[in-house]
Structures are given as C-alpha cells and as structure tokens.
Design a protein around this ligand. Structure first.
Ligand SMILES: [Zn+2]
Length: 311
C-alpha cells in the first residue's frame, strides 16, 4: 500500500465525533448557539434521580448527590454551560461534586475546566490524564486538542479499576484497554442494572477505533467481551452517543466482532488492503441497522496491519 492510500484509510477509519472542530472558532460559536440539551429519566427523581442528558456532544449521565451531583462525561466545552445548567435542573444540585471522564476526547472533557475550578473531583484512567496535559491529534476531530489548564486535569486516576460510594450507590469504573482510545473506562451502577459504556459503544452506528491513539480492533473486541461479562440481557447501557442499548445487544455485537476479527486475519493472509476488505462487505448483514461500515472496517483492518504487517 502506498503512503497516500495508507493516509486516506487512516483518516477514513475514524469518525468525526459530534463535529468537534475544536480549533475552529466559527464551529465553536455555532455549537454554543445550537446547544439544546434534552433529558431522559434513567431513574425517577423519587428513587434517586439519574438522568441522561443528550445534545452536548456526547451522552452525559447526571446523578443527584447530597453535596453536588455525579456527572459521567461533560460534553464539548462550547456546550458546557448549557449542559451544566441542564444537569442542575435535572438533579437539583447547583454544582458537580464528582466528574468521571470515560476518555480524553473533547466531546467527553469539555466541562473539566469549570468542574475543576468549582472544586469538583475529576476521575479518569491514568492515560486520559496524561493526554489532557498535552496537545493531542486525532482523526476524531479537526486540529489539535489541549493541553487543558491544570485545574481541568483529573485528580484521581486508575490504571485498572476503582470504585466509589455515591448517594448510597456503589459505582465501579473499569479500564477497557486499547478499545476506543488507550484510556477508556466504563462506569457500572450494579444496583441500578445500568452501565455507562463510554467510547467503544455507539447506539446505532459502528464504533470508532482511534488507531492513532493506541486503540485497535482487538482492544475493541476485548471491550465487548468485558462488557458482556458484567451485564445481563436486560441491563441498560448508555453508549457514547445515540440511544440506550441492552446487555443482550452488547452480547450480540460481541459475537459480530469476534467473527469479524477472525475474518480480518483471513484477509490479512490473502494480502488484502483496506480497500479490498471494504469491497468484500463482511458486515453486509448488519448494514441496514448500523449503517455503512466502510470507515469502521478500514480502520479496524488498518489497526491490524499496524500490529502485524511491517512497513
Ligand atoms: Zn471518543
């Protein structure tokens, strides 16, 4: 494969999450003007108030607490004011007590600065903290992102798993290595039978593998195996974007990615390039429900080539 087509597929294999053109003032201004946050009760107010907030750039979950809310992900910075106002309206909490970043992409970490300045505790995987301390490039957005001011960096990190008690609930956060970035966490509320999956899961689209930043298709498959092992068929799962999915659906997608993973090695042995893999349509049976898989396939295969094919 020549350098040009390699670059084209590198870029083509990734998505543009929430149109996050973070270096463009124009786009930022448009996003601020357009930010309209919708809310959906995950747990009704009289039983604890957990709310799904959509429209800030990623799915955000807010939980009412005794001394401020728990927020999982924070949307784009341009939408942070609108998001935090909606979180306050949903929880009755004036401030965020604890913010968990599922990963470092701008769609997830745009409220870090404000939450940090207001004294909230920010939690993430250790690699996410490292990324926020420098300028990072990704095909998931235009331009470069970061470094964020130090006040916006997570203060508590894990390399593996961690947990906290929040408003009487046990909350676990667990590392998913190399799945969507190289610093992904999922957040599990076992007593609510609810899990926030972060970057590896999208509601009704193929996932994104940020192959320039440590993720690969084997990590994605491993993430689905982990998620399927800790959920039940009726577990409600909040994806990074889009509507909720069930544990049964996660198990079904794990099976799809297991089969695909094996098939990609067959293609590798045949000497296929990403173009050939896309043309072979190995995911044809799922295109009507999850859309055109070309970018996902090219990125997944490219990540395999990085690992197994020397230049
Ligand atoms: Zn992401």
């Amino acid at each position: 494969m020549n350098a040009l087509s390699r670059r084209r597929f590198l870029r083509g294999g990734l998505e543009v999450l929430g149109a996050a053109a973070v270096s463009s003032r124009l786009t930022t201004a448009r996003a601020a003007a357009a930010a309209s946050i919708s809310t959906e009760d995950l747990v009704p107010s009289d039983r604890g108030a957990m709310t799904l907030l959509q429209g800030a750039g990623c799915n955000v979950v807010a939980v009412r607490g005794p001394e401020g809310s728990l927020l999982i992900d924070g949307g784009l910075a341009a939408n942070s004011d609108a998001l935090l106002a909606a979180a306050t309206a949903a929880t009755g909490n004036a401030r965020v007590n604890t913010l968990i970043n599922t990963h470092w992409h701008p769609s997830q970490t745009g409220s870090n600065e404000r939450v940090g300045r207001e004294g909230g505790l920010i939690i993430s995987q250790e690699v996410t903290r490292l990324y926020l301390g420098r300028a990072a490039l990704s095909a998931c957005y235009d331009g470069s992102y970061g470094p964020l001011p130090q006040i916006a960096w997570p203060k508590k990190t894990t390399r593996d798993t961690g947990s906290l008690e929040f408003a009487g609930q046990h909350v676990e956060y667990v590392y998913l290595p190399a799945a969507h970035t190289d610093g992904d966490l999922y957040v599990h509320f076992p007593e609510r039978n609810l899990l926030v999956a972060g970057g590896p899961v999208l509601g009704d689209r193929w996932p994104v593998i940020d192959i320039r930043n440590g993720a690969w298709v084997g990590g994605l498959l491993n993430a689905y195996e982990q998620l399927a092992s800790v959920t039940q068929p009726d577990t409600r799962i909040v994806p990074a974007n889009g509507g909720l999915v069930t544990g049964a659906e996660i198990a079904r997608r794990r099976d799809i990615y297991q089969k695909l993973f094996t098939q990609l090695f067959v293609y590798l042995n045949k000497g296929f390039g990403p173009d050939d893999v896309v043309a072979a349509h190995p995911l044809k049976a799922y295109e009507s429900e999850l859309g055109d898989p070309s970018r996902f396939l090219a990125g997944a295969y490219e990540s395999l080539m990085y690992a197994y094919v020397p230049n």
